[in-house]
Design a binder for this molecule. Structure first.
Ligand code: FES
Length: 159
């Protein structure tokens, strides 16, 4: 890994302290801190991850593992709206591929890409816990169920 200068996000010091104070062991605050940073900055910069490792006094590799394991965390800049389309088995069996193709067609981007206007970034993800209402996707914090290509057009208009 390149030499990265540790840093903590500007303006989150007090919130970091409040989060950490809720845990007996500082390490337990890792996930909430990552969520807070993403909420604040839109993604998790490498130097911030290094800063969090130092702040919690835990190995950097542990922080990077968590940040890259969960698809809900972005480790590079993303658009204003992040679309996560579930491609796990229940959604796949309910024509998730048609839904995904419709999103790609409308936005003119592929998985992992951001529209040229910076409005949307598109990813596939594993199960988001809505298998009984498949196919499903999330746009930012909102989950959409029983998707069809027709519904996608209306949903994207909302954003
Ligand atoms: S398989 Fe898609 S929500 Fe579970």
């Amino acid at each position: 890994m390149a030499n990265i200068a540790p840093k903590l996000p500007d303006g989150l010091k007090k919130e970091f302290e409040q989060i950490v104070a809720q845990y007996e062991f500082k390490r337990g605050a890792l996930l909430p801190l990552l969520h807070k940073v993403q909420e604040h900055s839109g993604y998790l910069e490498q130097d911030i991850l290094v800063g969090i490792a130092g702040y919690l006094n835990i190995p950097q590799v542990d922080v990077f593992e968590i940040a890259t394991f969960y698809t809900l965390f972005n480790t590079r800049p993303v658009g204003n709206n992040v679309i996560l389309v579930c491609d796990s088995i229940s959604c796949y069996l309910k024509d998730e591929e048609k839904v995904f193709a419709q999103i790609k067609r409308i936005l003119q981007i592929g998985s992992g890409e951001t529209t040229s206007d910076g409005k949307f970034t598109l990813f596939t993800t594993s199960c988001i816990g809505a298998c009984d209402r498949a196919p499903a996707m999330m746009v930012n914090d909102k989950t959409f169920f029983k998707l069809t290509p027709e519904k996608i057009t209306d949903i994207l208009k909302e954003y």
